[in-house]
Design a protein around this ligand. Structure first.
Ligand code: FAD
Length: 341
Protein backbone atom coordinates (compact mmCIF):
# COMPACT_ATOMS: atom_id res chain seq x y z
CA UNK A 1 0.00 0.00 0.00
CA UNK A 2 1.33 3.50 -0.89
CA UNK A 3 1.66 6.16 1.87
CA UNK A 4 -1.74 6.08 3.63
CA UNK A 5 -3.67 9.33 3.15
CA UNK A 6 -5.37 10.67 6.26
CA UNK A 7 -7.76 13.67 6.29
CA UNK A 8 -8.47 15.43 9.58
CA UNK A 9 -11.63 17.55 9.37
CA UNK A 10 -11.58 20.54 11.76
CA UNK A 11 -8.95 23.07 12.82
CA UNK A 12 -9.81 23.82 16.44
CA UNK A 13 -7.55 22.60 19.24
CA UNK A 14 -8.81 19.03 18.73
CA UNK A 15 -8.29 18.83 14.96
CA UNK A 16 -4.85 20.48 14.98
CA UNK A 17 -3.51 18.45 17.92
CA UNK A 18 -4.92 15.21 16.46
CA UNK A 19 -3.30 15.92 13.08
CA UNK A 20 0.01 16.58 14.88
CA UNK A 21 -0.19 13.31 16.85
CA UNK A 22 -0.96 11.34 13.66
CA UNK A 23 1.98 12.97 11.84
CA UNK A 24 4.26 12.18 14.81
CA UNK A 25 3.15 8.57 15.28
CA UNK A 26 2.82 7.67 11.57
CA UNK A 27 5.64 9.44 9.69
CA UNK A 28 4.83 7.44 6.52
CA UNK A 29 1.26 8.86 6.43
CA UNK A 30 0.30 11.81 4.27
CA UNK A 31 -1.81 13.97 6.60
CA UNK A 32 -4.16 16.78 5.45
CA UNK A 33 -6.26 19.15 7.58
CA UNK A 34 -9.53 20.33 5.98
CA UNK A 35 -11.62 22.97 7.72
CA UNK A 36 -14.12 25.66 6.87
CA UNK A 37 -12.77 27.93 9.65
CA UNK A 38 -9.34 28.45 11.21
CA UNK A 39 -8.01 30.59 14.08
CA UNK A 40 -9.21 33.19 15.08
CA UNK A 41 -12.71 31.99 14.06
CA UNK A 42 -13.16 28.72 16.01
CA UNK A 43 -14.71 27.92 19.40
CA UNK A 44 -11.19 27.08 20.56
CA UNK A 45 -10.21 30.75 20.04
CA UNK A 46 -12.89 31.89 22.51
CA UNK A 47 -11.88 29.51 25.30
CA UNK A 48 -10.01 30.62 28.39
CA UNK A 49 -7.68 27.63 27.84
CA UNK A 50 -7.19 26.82 31.54
CA UNK A 51 -6.10 23.31 32.45
CA UNK A 52 -8.79 22.59 35.02
CA UNK A 53 -10.70 19.51 33.86
CA UNK A 54 -14.42 19.38 33.33
CA UNK A 55 -15.93 16.00 34.30
CA UNK A 56 -17.58 13.91 31.54
CA UNK A 57 -20.27 11.86 33.30
CA UNK A 58 -20.16 9.09 30.66
CA UNK A 59 -16.38 8.47 30.73
CA UNK A 60 -14.57 6.48 33.48
CA UNK A 61 -12.59 8.81 35.75
CA UNK A 62 -9.31 6.89 35.23
CA UNK A 63 -9.60 7.55 31.47
CA UNK A 64 -10.26 11.28 32.00
CA UNK A 65 -7.38 11.42 34.43
CA UNK A 66 -5.04 9.82 31.88
CA UNK A 67 -6.12 12.33 29.16
CA UNK A 68 -5.51 15.23 31.56
CA UNK A 69 -2.16 13.87 32.72
CA UNK A 70 -0.90 13.47 29.15
CA UNK A 71 -2.05 16.98 28.27
CA UNK A 72 -0.53 18.52 31.41
CA UNK A 73 2.81 16.74 30.88
CA UNK A 74 2.94 17.83 27.21
CA UNK A 75 2.14 21.49 27.92
CA UNK A 76 4.37 21.59 31.00
CA UNK A 77 7.32 20.64 28.78
CA UNK A 78 6.40 23.44 26.34
CA UNK A 79 6.05 25.93 29.22
CA UNK A 80 9.57 24.96 30.25
CA UNK A 81 11.09 25.48 26.79
CA UNK A 82 12.15 28.39 24.59
CA UNK A 83 8.86 27.92 22.66
CA UNK A 84 6.68 28.89 25.64
CA UNK A 85 5.86 32.50 24.76
CA UNK A 86 5.26 31.83 21.05
CA UNK A 87 3.04 28.84 21.93
CA UNK A 88 1.18 30.97 24.52
CA UNK A 89 1.67 28.39 27.30
CA UNK A 90 2.40 29.48 30.87
CA UNK A 91 2.06 28.38 34.47
CA UNK A 92 -0.47 30.22 36.61
CA UNK A 93 -1.17 29.94 40.33
CA UNK A 94 -4.40 30.77 42.10
CA UNK A 95 -7.43 29.64 44.02
CA UNK A 96 -10.64 27.69 43.57
CA UNK A 97 -13.04 28.88 46.29
CA UNK A 98 -16.31 27.41 47.58
CA UNK A 99 -19.30 28.90 49.39
CA UNK A 100 -20.34 25.38 50.50
CA UNK A 101 -18.35 22.15 50.82
CA UNK A 102 -17.84 20.53 47.39
CA UNK A 103 -19.26 17.01 46.69
CA UNK A 104 -15.78 15.50 46.45
CA UNK A 105 -13.17 16.36 49.06
CA UNK A 106 -10.40 16.20 46.44
CA UNK A 107 -10.90 16.55 42.69
CA UNK A 108 -9.54 13.61 40.62
CA UNK A 109 -6.90 15.87 39.10
CA UNK A 110 -5.49 17.18 42.40
CA UNK A 111 -2.29 15.12 42.13
CA UNK A 112 -1.58 16.22 38.54
CA UNK A 113 -1.65 20.01 38.96
CA UNK A 114 1.24 21.38 41.02
CA UNK A 115 1.23 22.07 44.74
CA UNK A 116 -2.48 21.36 45.34
CA UNK A 117 -3.43 22.16 48.94
CA UNK A 118 -6.27 23.40 51.11
CA UNK A 119 -6.20 27.19 51.53
CA UNK A 120 -5.21 28.61 54.89
CA UNK A 121 -7.57 30.81 56.97
CA UNK A 122 -5.32 33.79 56.21
CA UNK A 123 -5.66 33.23 52.45
CA UNK A 124 -9.42 32.83 52.73
CA UNK A 125 -9.66 36.36 54.16
CA UNK A 126 -9.37 37.52 50.52
CA UNK A 127 -12.73 35.82 49.84
CA UNK A 128 -15.10 36.81 52.70
CA UNK A 129 -18.14 35.18 51.01
CA UNK A 130 -16.41 31.77 50.74
CA UNK A 131 -15.99 29.02 53.33
CA UNK A 132 -13.08 27.03 51.93
CA UNK A 133 -10.81 26.73 48.95
CA UNK A 134 -7.96 25.01 47.15
CA UNK A 135 -4.72 26.63 46.05
CA UNK A 136 -2.70 25.19 43.18
CA UNK A 137 -0.61 25.95 40.11
CA UNK A 138 -1.79 24.84 36.69
CA UNK A 139 -1.15 25.68 33.03
CA UNK A 140 -2.97 28.06 30.75
CA UNK A 141 -3.00 28.19 26.95
CA UNK A 142 -3.45 31.58 25.34
CA UNK A 143 -5.68 30.05 22.72
CA UNK A 144 -5.10 31.91 19.41
CA UNK A 145 -1.27 31.81 19.81
CA UNK A 146 -1.42 28.10 20.70
CA UNK A 147 -3.55 27.30 17.65
CA UNK A 148 -1.14 29.24 15.41
CA UNK A 149 1.80 27.41 16.98
CA UNK A 150 0.12 24.04 16.28
CA UNK A 151 -0.50 25.11 12.65
CA UNK A 152 3.16 26.08 12.32
CA UNK A 153 4.27 22.70 13.71
CA UNK A 154 1.95 20.91 11.29
CA UNK A 155 3.35 22.78 8.28
CA UNK A 156 6.91 22.04 9.47
CA UNK A 157 6.11 18.30 9.53
CA UNK A 158 4.71 18.42 5.98
CA UNK A 159 0.99 18.35 6.83
CA UNK A 160 -1.16 20.01 4.12
CA UNK A 161 -3.81 22.49 5.31
CA UNK A 162 -6.79 23.52 3.14
CA UNK A 163 -9.94 25.58 3.63
CA UNK A 164 -12.88 23.33 2.75
CA UNK A 165 -16.35 22.73 4.13
CA UNK A 166 -17.16 19.03 4.21
CA UNK A 167 -20.88 18.36 3.73
CA UNK A 168 -20.66 14.58 4.09
CA UNK A 169 -17.65 12.53 5.30
CA UNK A 170 -18.31 10.10 2.43
CA UNK A 171 -17.33 12.81 -0.11
CA UNK A 172 -13.70 12.21 1.02
CA UNK A 173 -13.67 8.46 0.25
CA UNK A 174 -12.02 8.69 -3.19
CA UNK A 175 -9.21 10.98 -1.96
CA UNK A 176 -8.33 9.59 1.49
CA UNK A 177 -7.85 6.17 3.14
CA UNK A 178 -8.87 7.31 6.65
CA UNK A 179 -10.92 10.33 7.78
CA UNK A 180 -10.79 11.83 11.28
CA UNK A 181 -13.80 13.85 12.40
CA UNK A 182 -12.78 16.72 14.75
CA UNK A 183 -15.59 19.13 13.88
CA UNK A 184 -16.72 20.07 17.42
CA UNK A 185 -20.28 21.37 17.41
CA UNK A 186 -20.21 21.07 13.58
CA UNK A 187 -20.71 17.31 14.07
CA UNK A 188 -24.40 18.00 14.85
CA UNK A 189 -24.88 18.78 11.17
CA UNK A 190 -22.07 16.73 9.64
CA UNK A 191 -22.92 13.36 11.20
CA UNK A 192 -26.36 14.14 12.71
CA UNK A 193 -25.25 13.32 16.27
CA UNK A 194 -28.32 13.89 18.43
CA UNK A 195 -26.35 13.36 21.65
CA UNK A 196 -24.27 16.48 20.90
CA UNK A 197 -25.60 19.89 21.96
CA UNK A 198 -24.21 23.43 22.33
CA UNK A 199 -23.55 25.01 25.71
CA UNK A 200 -23.17 28.71 24.97
CA UNK A 201 -20.40 30.53 26.79
CA UNK A 202 -19.89 34.29 26.89
CA UNK A 203 -16.60 35.68 28.22
CA UNK A 204 -14.86 39.05 28.50
CA UNK A 205 -11.20 39.53 27.58
CA UNK A 206 -9.90 42.58 29.47
CA UNK A 207 -6.70 44.51 30.03
CA UNK A 208 -5.86 44.20 33.76
CA UNK A 209 -2.14 43.37 33.92
CA UNK A 210 -2.01 43.64 37.72
CA UNK A 211 -4.16 40.49 38.08
CA UNK A 212 -1.63 37.67 38.32
CA UNK A 213 -3.54 34.87 40.09
CA UNK A 214 -6.50 32.89 38.80
CA UNK A 215 -9.71 32.81 40.83
CA UNK A 216 -12.46 30.27 40.14
CA UNK A 217 -15.71 30.07 42.03
CA UNK A 218 -16.25 26.38 42.84
CA UNK A 219 -19.45 26.20 40.77
CA UNK A 220 -17.29 26.98 37.71
CA UNK A 221 -19.59 29.78 36.54
CA UNK A 222 -17.54 32.77 37.66
CA UNK A 223 -13.84 32.85 36.89
CA UNK A 224 -10.88 35.17 36.40
CA UNK A 225 -8.07 33.63 34.34
CA UNK A 226 -5.00 35.81 33.65
CA UNK A 227 -3.25 35.13 30.35
CA UNK A 228 -0.04 36.53 28.88
CA UNK A 229 -1.69 39.70 27.53
CA UNK A 230 -5.32 39.71 28.69
CA UNK A 231 -7.45 38.40 31.55
CA UNK A 232 -10.47 36.22 30.68
CA UNK A 233 -13.56 36.88 32.82
CA UNK A 234 -16.39 34.37 32.75
CA UNK A 235 -18.82 33.17 32.25
CA UNK A 236 -22.08 31.54 31.26
CA UNK A 237 -23.30 28.00 30.51
CA UNK A 238 -26.46 28.10 28.41
CA UNK A 239 -27.54 24.68 27.23
CA UNK A 240 -29.03 24.39 23.69
CA UNK A 241 -28.50 28.12 23.02
CA UNK A 242 -27.02 28.53 19.50
CA UNK A 243 -26.67 32.34 19.58
CA UNK A 244 -23.20 33.71 18.86
CA UNK A 245 -24.32 37.30 19.51
CA UNK A 246 -22.96 38.84 22.74
CA UNK A 247 -25.64 39.84 25.21
CA UNK A 248 -24.98 43.23 26.93
CA UNK A 249 -26.94 42.25 30.07
CA UNK A 250 -24.77 39.14 30.41
CA UNK A 251 -21.61 41.22 29.93
CA UNK A 252 -22.60 43.42 32.88
CA UNK A 253 -23.53 40.40 34.99
CA UNK A 254 -20.17 38.66 34.31
CA UNK A 255 -18.26 41.86 35.06
CA UNK A 256 -20.14 42.41 38.35
CA UNK A 257 -19.65 38.79 39.46
CA UNK A 258 -15.92 38.95 38.72
CA UNK A 259 -15.55 42.30 40.52
CA UNK A 260 -17.17 40.83 43.60
CA UNK A 261 -14.40 38.17 43.62
CA UNK A 262 -11.60 40.57 42.65
CA UNK A 263 -12.63 44.22 43.31
CA UNK A 264 -9.55 45.63 41.55
CA UNK A 265 -11.12 44.57 38.24
CA UNK A 266 -13.24 47.75 38.46
CA UNK A 267 -10.19 49.34 36.85
CA UNK A 268 -10.05 46.90 33.90
CA UNK A 269 -9.78 48.51 30.46
CA UNK A 270 -10.52 47.63 26.84
CA UNK A 271 -13.27 45.06 27.47
CA UNK A 272 -13.82 42.72 24.50
CA UNK A 273 -16.75 40.27 24.50
CA UNK A 274 -16.56 36.78 22.92
CA UNK A 275 -19.08 33.98 22.57
CA UNK A 276 -18.48 30.29 21.81
CA UNK A 277 -20.52 27.10 21.65
CA UNK A 278 -19.06 24.27 23.73
CA UNK A 279 -19.52 20.96 21.85
CA UNK A 280 -21.14 19.06 24.72
CA UNK A 281 -21.96 15.38 25.18
CA UNK A 282 -22.16 12.92 28.06
CA UNK A 283 -18.78 11.63 26.87
CA UNK A 284 -16.28 12.54 24.17
CA UNK A 285 -17.00 10.55 21.00
CA UNK A 286 -13.64 8.87 20.50
CA UNK A 287 -14.26 5.81 18.38
CA UNK A 288 -13.83 4.10 14.99
CA UNK A 289 -16.64 3.67 12.50
CA UNK A 290 -16.53 2.13 9.03
CA UNK A 291 -18.71 3.89 6.44
CA UNK A 292 -19.64 1.73 3.50
CA UNK A 293 -21.43 2.27 0.18
CA UNK A 294 -21.71 -0.25 -2.67
CA UNK A 295 -18.98 -2.47 -1.19
CA UNK A 296 -16.54 0.47 -0.83
CA UNK A 297 -15.42 1.18 2.74
CA UNK A 298 -14.12 4.33 4.45
CA UNK A 299 -12.71 4.03 7.99
CA UNK A 300 -13.54 7.07 10.13
CA UNK A 301 -12.19 8.01 13.58
CA UNK A 302 -14.40 10.41 15.54
CA UNK A 303 -12.85 12.78 18.09
CA UNK A 304 -15.36 15.42 19.13
CA UNK A 305 -17.69 16.41 21.97
CA UNK A 306 -15.12 17.83 24.42
CA UNK A 307 -17.64 20.27 25.95
CA UNK A 308 -16.19 22.64 28.55
CA UNK A 309 -12.84 20.85 28.80
CA UNK A 310 -11.27 20.51 25.36
CA UNK A 311 -8.02 22.29 26.21
CA UNK A 312 -7.60 20.31 29.43
CA UNK A 313 -7.62 16.93 27.67
CA UNK A 314 -6.75 17.68 24.03
CA UNK A 315 -3.33 15.99 23.87
CA UNK A 316 -4.64 12.84 25.63
CA UNK A 317 -7.61 12.45 23.29
CA UNK A 318 -5.43 13.30 20.25
CA UNK A 319 -3.03 10.47 21.18
CA UNK A 320 -5.92 8.04 21.53
CA UNK A 321 -7.39 9.15 18.16
CA UNK A 322 -3.94 8.74 16.51
CA UNK A 323 -3.77 5.21 17.95
CA UNK A 324 -7.19 4.41 16.42
CA UNK A 325 -5.99 5.81 13.06
CA UNK A 326 -2.97 3.46 13.34
CA UNK A 327 -5.37 0.51 13.84
CA UNK A 328 -7.38 1.54 10.75
CA UNK A 329 -4.19 1.73 8.66
CA UNK A 330 -2.96 -1.65 9.94
CA UNK A 331 -6.33 -3.17 8.96
CA UNK A 332 -6.14 -1.58 5.47
CA UNK A 333 -2.55 -2.80 5.00
CA UNK A 334 -3.59 -6.29 6.14
CA UNK A 335 -6.44 -6.42 3.66
CA UNK A 336 -4.34 -5.03 0.75
CA UNK A 337 -1.58 -7.63 1.31
CA UNK A 338 -4.21 -10.42 1.55
CA UNK A 339 -5.70 -9.19 -1.76
CA UNK A 340 -2.27 -9.55 -3.45
CA UNK A 341 -1.91 -13.23 -2.42
P1 FAD B 1 -13.76 23.93 17.54
O1 FAD B 1 -12.75 24.82 18.13
O2 FAD B 1 -15.15 24.42 17.38
O3 FAD B 1 -13.23 23.39 16.16
C1 FAD B 1 -14.06 22.71 15.24
C2 FAD B 1 -13.45 22.88 13.86
O4 FAD B 1 -14.21 22.10 12.91
C3 FAD B 1 -13.49 24.31 13.35
O5 FAD B 1 -12.28 24.60 12.69
C4 FAD B 1 -14.65 24.31 12.35
O6 FAD B 1 -14.50 25.29 11.34
C5 FAD B 1 -14.49 22.90 11.78
N1 FAD B 1 -15.69 22.35 11.15
C6 FAD B 1 -16.90 22.14 11.72
N2 FAD B 1 -17.75 21.59 10.83
C7 FAD B 1 -17.06 21.46 9.66
C8 FAD B 1 -17.38 20.95 8.36
N3 FAD B 1 -18.59 20.47 8.10
N4 FAD B 1 -16.43 20.98 7.40
C9 FAD B 1 -15.18 21.47 7.65
N5 FAD B 1 -14.82 21.95 8.87
C10 FAD B 1 -15.75 21.94 9.86
N6 FAD B 1 -11.81 24.24 27.74
C11 FAD B 1 -10.80 24.08 28.64
O7 FAD B 1 -10.21 23.01 28.72
N7 FAD B 1 -10.43 25.12 29.47
C12 FAD B 1 -11.07 26.32 29.46
O8 FAD B 1 -10.71 27.23 30.21
C13 FAD B 1 -12.16 26.49 28.54
N8 FAD B 1 -12.84 27.66 28.51
C14 FAD B 1 -13.88 27.82 27.64
C15 FAD B 1 -14.60 29.01 27.65
C16 FAD B 1 -15.64 29.21 26.75
C17 FAD B 1 -16.42 30.50 26.78
C18 FAD B 1 -15.95 28.20 25.80
C19 FAD B 1 -17.02 28.42 24.78
C20 FAD B 1 -15.25 27.00 25.81
C21 FAD B 1 -14.23 26.77 26.74
N9 FAD B 1 -13.52 25.57 26.80
C22 FAD B 1 -12.49 25.41 27.68
C23 FAD B 1 -13.92 24.43 25.95
C24 FAD B 1 -13.11 24.37 24.66
O9 FAD B 1 -13.15 25.61 24.02
C25 FAD B 1 -13.68 23.29 23.72
O10 FAD B 1 -13.81 22.06 24.38
C26 FAD B 1 -12.76 23.12 22.52
O11 FAD B 1 -12.44 24.37 21.95
C27 FAD B 1 -13.37 22.21 21.46
O12 FAD B 1 -12.45 22.17 20.41
P2 FAD B 1 -12.83 21.56 19.00
O13 FAD B 1 -11.58 21.58 18.19
O14 FAD B 1 -13.55 20.26 19.18
O15 FAD B 1 -13.93 22.55 18.40
Amino acid sequence: MAAPKVAVVGAGVIGLSTALCIAETCPSCSVTVLSDQFSPNTTSDVAAGMLIPHTYPGTPIHVQKQWFKETFTYLFAISNSAEASEAGIHLVSGWQVFKNSPKEELPFWSDIVLGFRVMSKAELKKFPQHQLGHAFTTLKCDCPPYLLWLEKRLKATGVQIYTRKVSDLWELHSEYNVVVNCTGIGACQLVGDEKLFPVRGQVLKVHAPWVKNFIRDGDGLTYIYPGIHRVTLGGTREKENWSLTPDPGTTKDIFDRCCSLEPSLQGAQDIKVKVGLRPSRQHVRLQKEVLSQGGVKLPVVHNYGHGAGGFSVHRGTAKEAAHLVGECIAALQGSSSRAKL
